[in-house]
Design a protein around this ligand. Structure first.
Ligand code: TPW
Ligand code: MG
Length: 544
């Protein structure tokens, strides 16, 4: 029989995990020993637990599967809370494996190191930011408990919490089963699909809007096929940017309300049938909408339920809904595709001169670079770098577009590189780099070589656009490029458009070490998209 440690690792692997990220501590040292000795899952240790959570989150997003974060009790687990909260908000299935005291320690009558208010405070905190939890304190129930929470993680695409008391690691248990997914009730699925097909049949200008769950459940191609077959244009939300990059024929851009491409805004807001697939109804996706949803002809499929008009079908997985819609439209001759409004082209053809850099120049230079060398998977932090990403031609992107927590960008890029073996492009501001950019020092020992563009405006610029009078938005210049060699990478500071274009070419050619390009941007200069977002928010607030 396996031990609990090996059964847990094999169970994670059987449920789709392909690596784990973590930082050991005495409450998980025995478990980490098994991780290293068995190599059932490759382990990537990082320097600070927020990065462990962000890396596991990004690995989950890029693989449309589970990511794994292993942390010690208390000090380690509480450090990863913000990253897990962001994963919950953005529906990323991170499995948190947290160490905990053993039975004898619990009964010692002593307050334990790393303990907060009570020994169970850690469990109480994670119950708030995970969809399911298991405490592995009984060898008879542990395998079933693990199977239950791993199924929850995959079905809900939300984080789960596994508490591993350190005296249980070597206990013999049965293997962890893989429980069958819970399917939709067939009649409900048929009724829901028929109702949506009828809605589409009455519509003259339907639109499909896609967001994170379309990636999480691996149905991008199926949605593209449905859209192509029915001649329906697709747009992404801000949070869903980077989806359907393989389907440029149906993808019409990203909906940003009054801050976005007017043609895309009209397409969505004038639609007479709106299919919201996997869409998070949040402020960053819809705060700038100029019209409210008309629920009489709106469908929302998210979190295993489907709302059609004013009623809801519960327990109806989105992947089954799209499958049923495809089955019902098999052989439909796609209606003549409507003449769609011209789509705002992404900026290309950077004039490589000695003019100072603006964020939109970075987008232009990257569009040119992707045209020459092919697109790169991207991660972005929050800040103007993420708004600039909206001006970069559609490529895969993982970014905290809804939760909007800083610190995600660099660790997420490390997670993507470790999980997929690809070379990501990381976009990060100077403020966010100060938080977690130093994790690049871990690239050397894993042979990872991301390209990192630091938008250095020596500011918290996103705060300045809302509160320009505050001096605290002025940061000092940390000269990140000069620090790069000490972290095992290559650093280059650029201030003009020609310097940027040349540095990007050198970075693409340089392999085996990370390449950091520190793009110096004058304070107060923002991307076009952020400027539109801010003016849209301000006029939306004036209207209230
Ligand atoms: C963990 C966390 N703490 C604070 C904040 C609040 C914030 C949102 S944007 C921002 C400034 C970001 O500065 P940066 O230089 O990275 O980018 P840019 O604006 O383009 O100059 C702050 C402090 C958030 N979102 N998350
Ligand atoms: Mg900044």
């Amino acid at each position: 029989m396996p031990t609990l440690a090996t059964a847990l690792l094999q169970g994670l692997k059987d449920h789709g995990a392909r690596e784990l990220f973590g930082i050991p501590g005495d409450f998980v040292l025995p478990f980490f020993k098994i991780v290293e000795e068995t190599a059932i899952l490759p382990a990537f240790t990082l320097s600070h637990e927020p990065a462990v959570g962000f890396a596991a989150d990004a690995a989950a997003r890029y693989r449309s599967g589970i990511g794994v974060a292993v942390v010690t009790y208390g000090a380690g687990a509480f450090n990863v809370v913000n990253a897990v909260a962001g994963a919950y908000a953005e529906r990323s299935p991170v499995v948190v494996v947290a160490g905990a005291p053993g039975a004898r320690e619990r009964a010692s009558g002593l307050l334990l190191h790393h303990q907060a208010r009570s020994v169970d405070t850690q469990f109480a905190v994670f119950r708030e930011i995970t969809c399911d939890q298991a405490v592995l304190d009984d060898p008879a129930t542990a395998p079933g408990e693990i199977a239950r929470v791993l199924r929850s993680a995959r079905e809900r695409s939300l984080p789960v919490y596994v508490e591993l008391p350190r005296d249980m690691v070597d206990v013999e248990v049965a293997p962890v089963p893989v429980l069958p997914p819970r399917a939709a009730e067939p009649d409900a699925l048929a009724e829901c699909a028929a109702e949506i097909v009828a809605l589409l049949g009455r519509a003259a200008s339907p639109v499909i809007v896609v967001d994170v769950e379309v990636r999480r459940y691996g149905i991008e191609a199926a949605v593209a096929t449905l859209a192509r077959r029915l001649g329906i244009p697709v747009v992404t939300t801000f949070m869903g940017r980077g989806l359907l990059q393989q389907a440029p024929d149906v993808l019409r851009g990203t909906y940003l309300g009054s801050a976005g491409d007017p043609a895309v805004t009209r397409l969505v807001e004038d639609a007479d049938a709106l299919l919201l697939f996997g869409v998070i109804l949040c402020d960053t996706n819809f705060a700038l909408s100029e019209k409210r949803f008309d629920w009489r002809h709106t469908v929302l499929a998210i979190d295993r339920s489907v709302r059609v008009g004013h009623h809801v079908y519960p327990e109806l997985p989105i992947e089954e809904l799209v499958g049923a819609l495809l089955a019902r439209t098999e052989g439909d001759a796609a209606p003549k595709p409507r003449s769609l409004p011209p789509f705002e082209a992404y900026p290309r053809g950077l004039v490589a001169d000695d003019r100072p850099l603006a964020p939109t120049d970075i987008a232009t230079a990257l569009n040119d670079l992707f045209d020459r060398h092919g697109p790169m998977p991207m991660t972005s932090d929050i800040g103007d770098c993420l708004f600039t990403a909206m001006e970069i031609d559609n490529t895969a992107l993982a970014a905290p577009g809804y939760y909007a927590g800083m610190g995600f960008g660099v660790p997420a890029g490390i997670g993507v590189a470790a999980a997929t073996g690809t070379r990501p492009l990381i976009l990060v501001g100077d403020g966010a780099f100060q938080m977690t950019g130093w994790e690049l020092g871990n690239c050397r020992r894993y042979g990872l070589d991301p390209i990192v563009i630091v938008f250095n405006n020596a500011s918290w610029e996103m705060l300045r656009v809302f509160q320009p009078e505050s001096k605290f938005n002025d940061l000092s210049d940390w000269n990140f490029a000069a620090a790069a060699p000490a972290l095992g990478g290559h650093g280059e500071r650029v201030s003009t458009r020609n310097e940027l274009a040349a540095a990007l070419e050198r970075a693409v050619a340089r392999r085996g070490v990370f390449s950091l390009i520190e793009a110096m941007i004058p304070r107060g200069v923002t991307s076009r998209t952020l400027a539109r977002f801010v003016s849209g928010l301000k006029s939306a607030r004036d209207r209230q």
